[in-house]
Design a protein around this ligand. Structure first.
Ligand SMILES: NC(=O)c1ccc[n+]([C@@H]2O[C@H](COP(=O)([O-])OP(=O)(O)OC[C@H]3O[C@@H](n4cnc5c(N)ncnc54)[C@H](O)[C@@H]3O)[C@@H](O)[C@H]2O)c1
Ligand SMILES: [Zn+2]
Length: 358
């Protein structure tokens, strides 16, 4: 594989496959007119999937490539879109030698990974994440899920991409609100694994990382490394990978119901998880306050008026639920997450308590 503008690349071995992490210098992809995308594949055999927003913003990038466009909406992450894409691939005569490349945020990479995993029982795919959230989280780890109604990521596969291509130049056009959404996952990572990273984040703000390329890249690499290492240890999520779900149980219950961006839902989910953690895992009220303060510093919400009964209905479909118990991620202290099998009604009570205070 050769990349004209490559800074460096490293191969990470997951149980189900090796992923090439390719870090281009900022704007490398734009400057080289996507030649890097050709990888070792014939351009003829590449199909790009992106969303309508990125397709318009980065039009020249897609010139000369077969490109399929999905709506830039969470609601497009569903089986209908998967069916449409499969039919479009068939129309393009895509076959086993086709490489699918998802260029976009988590919606695009989830959909691309899912389609690639099922089309003709699986074809090769790679990702070019264009959001901060995608770079630190969604593009990593091989989970490719789509929603069923309001239930998040109910249907999916775990299949690793061949490569993930990083170009932080994309973040120059990323709206502020999407920067915040990306920081929700970075703050999650710091909360469960890395008290030092939590302190670094507390000492900085979004503007600092926006203007310091070196610090931003280091932050992306550190967050990506936490996720990589966790997935290498437990790709199928039978143990330690569950920690990455901190804040996600409640988030998944409210995200689609209130049409919240994923990062905002996770921020609120983390606050609810802190309430549970104070009760069952000895988290101090001071640590809950530190996390709330950090979320607000990165322009993330800590309160939302929610309908607890409706949220519970969705929560009952949660993949982490086993009869009357649920695998729930708590914090014992900042930088130290833990998995607890909790009676479902503990989570129910926390949701009710949260709903009555907001
Ligand atoms: N597979 C996983 O492990 C995993 C992990 C975390 C999140 N996710 C999923 O990822 C999704 C959230 O991802 P997301 O936050 O990237 O959202 P997204 O894909 O919806 O993108 C958010 C918005 O930003 C726009 N955008 C993307 N790149 C841009 C750029 N460079 N400049 C300007 N605008 C740009 C998009 O068009 C969209 O409007 C959710 O569906 C979530 O469930 C998956
Ligand atoms: Zn998430």
């Amino acid at each position: 594989m050769t990349y004209n503008y490559m800074n460096y690349s490293s191969k990470i071995a997951f149980p189900s496959g090796v992923v090439d992490y390719i870090f281009l210098p900022k704007d490398g992809l734009k400057k080289s007119s996507v030649e890097e995308l050709a990888v070792s594949y014939d351009k003829q055999h590449i199909v790009i999937i992106t969303d309508d927003h990125i397709a318009a913003l980065y039009e020249p990038l897609f010139k000369g490539y077969k490109t399929l466009v999905v709506p830039a909406l969470e609601s497009a992450k569903d089986l209908h879109t998967i069916g449409t894409l499969c039919r479009q691939l068939l129309d393009l005569e895509a076959g086993r030698n086709t490489l699918l490349i998802g260029v976009g945020g988590g919606v695009v990479t989830d959909v691309t990974g899912f389609v690639a995993s099922v089309y003709m029982r699986g074809i090769a795919f790679g990702f070019v994440p264009t959001t901060l959230l995608g770079m630190v989280d969604a593009a990593i780890g091989g989970k490719n899920g789509v929603n069923l109604g309001l239930t998040k990521n109910l249907i999916g596969t775990i299949t690793q991409p061949k490569f993930i291509l990083y170009d932080t130049g994309f973040l120059q056009t990323l709206p502020n609100v999407e920067w915040s959404n990306g920081f929700a996952e970075i703050i999650k990572c710091a909360s469960i694994f890395d008290a030092g990273l939590f302190d670094e984040l507390a000492a900085q703000n979004i503007s600092f990382y926006k203007h310091d390329d070196h610090a931003l890249l280091a932050l992306i690499e550190k967050s990506a490394a936490w996720k990589n290492n966790t997935v290498i240890a437990d790709e199928k999520e039978t143990g330690v990978r569950k920690l990455l779900n901190f804040g996600h149980t409640a988030a998944h219950a409210i995200e689609n119901m209130y049409e919240l961006p994923h990062g905002k839902a996770v921020a609120i989910g983390m606050v609810i998880a802190c309430m549970v953690s104070e009760e069952v895992a000895g988290l101090s009220a001071a640590d809950t306050e530190r996390l709330k303060k950090l979320l607000q510093q990165y322009h993330l919400p800590v309160s939302l008026s929610i309908n607890a009964a409706k949220a519970m209905e969705i929560l009952r479909m949660d993949k982490k639920r086993k009869d009357d118990l649920i695998d729930y991620i708590v914090l014992e202290r900042i930088g130290h997450g833990a998995i607890r099998s909790l009676p479902f009604n503990v989570v129910e009570k926390a949701l009710e308590a949260y709903a009555s205070h907001n």
